[in-house]
Unconditional design. Structure first.
Length: 252
């Protein structure tokens, strides 16, 4: 049974990386897909002929309103919002300019929150899904991605609260916590990844694998997706032995 056939799904950050593969995977499942991001050329390359493309910067409220109103206007409903767009920063806490930290939170936390607020009346009607793509860095503070980790912790926290608010109204809310995914994330981030991280791409999952795990999570209305699943080991190690994990991560 194909649970997403005919469903209307918005994917942010769909011009590249995980978002572009999400759009492709959803299209294969028969979903009606709306793609959004800034780069119009890359969005056009990622989109299929029947997809809706709404370019723009998600930190702009007018763009967020256009995404929701145009999608609902075009297809009459919204079944799934996937808040996937995000950006990293490898700058140390003592060095990250506060204005840049604010800009990172604007994209990684406030934009998903605002889009969710705009989409919620539609998701209540469709009894659909709200999906927030956090990170393993939203479960464990990674010292080489400090402000990014903080923004993804914030997103993880609001995801739990959104689930508590919306579950009784039939809306499914899912947090996604990817580990290392082979995309251009490092190139798009501020600062430089530590050499040991940048050189360890062989441990990364592909964007296709990550997208498949997210789509399967939506189909099964899971609360949480950790991908690769081995990431759970790190999450539990950190919950049980936080001092040990912190000391180990400090040496990276
Ligand atoms: N790769 C990893 O290892 C990894 C691990 C854990 C979590 N994640 C999370 O997964 C999500 C996708 O990451 P990715 O690896 O696919 O990164 P990516 O390849 O850099 O893609 C990021 C996407 O976000 C869009 N974007 C960036 N700034 C934007 C803005 N201001 N307005 C609208 N769209 C914007 C980009 O498109 P434009 O530039 O065209 O706007 C692009 O489509 C992010 O939330 C990231 O934090 C990634």
């Amino acid at each position: 049974m194909n649970l997403l056939r005919g469903k209307v799904v918005i994917v942010t950050g769909a011009s590249d990386g995980i978002g572009a593969k999400l759009a492709a995977t959803l299209r294969e499942r028969g979903a009606k897909v709306c793609l959004s991001a800034r780069n119009e050329g890359r969005l056009a390359a990622a989109a299929g002929p029947d997809d809706l493309v709404i370019p723009g910067d998600l930190t702009d409220d007018a763009v967020r309103r256009a995404i929701i109103s145009k999608t609902a206007g075009h297809w009459g409903t919204i079944d799934v919002l996937i808040n996937n767009a995000g950006r990293g920063s490898y700058l140390a806490p003592s060095e990250e300019p506060v204005e840049e930290a604010r800009a990172l939170f604007d994209l990684n936390f406030f934009a998903p929150l605002a889009l969710a607020q705009l989409a919620t009346p539609h998701l209540r009607r469709s009894r659909g899904s709200l999906v927030n793509v956090s990170s393993i860095a939203g479960q464990i503070s990674l010292p080489w991605l400090p402000v990014y980790s903080a923004s993804k912790f914030a997103l993880a926290a609001i995801t739990t609260a959104q689930r508590a608010e919306l579950r009784r109204e039939g809306v499914h809310v899912m947090g996604v916590f990817p580990g290392y995914v082979d995309t251009d994330f490092q190139r798009h981030a501020s600062g430089t990844a530590p050499a040991v991280i940048a050189g360890n791409r062989r441990f990364a999952v592909t964007a296709v694998e990550c997208a498949e795990a997210i789509v399967t999570g939506i189909e099964h209305r899971r609360n949480t997706v950790v991908t690769p699943r081995a990431g759970w080991l790190l999450v539990w190690a950190n919950r049980l032995f936080p001092g040990v994990v912190e000391a180990r991560l400090e040496r990276v």
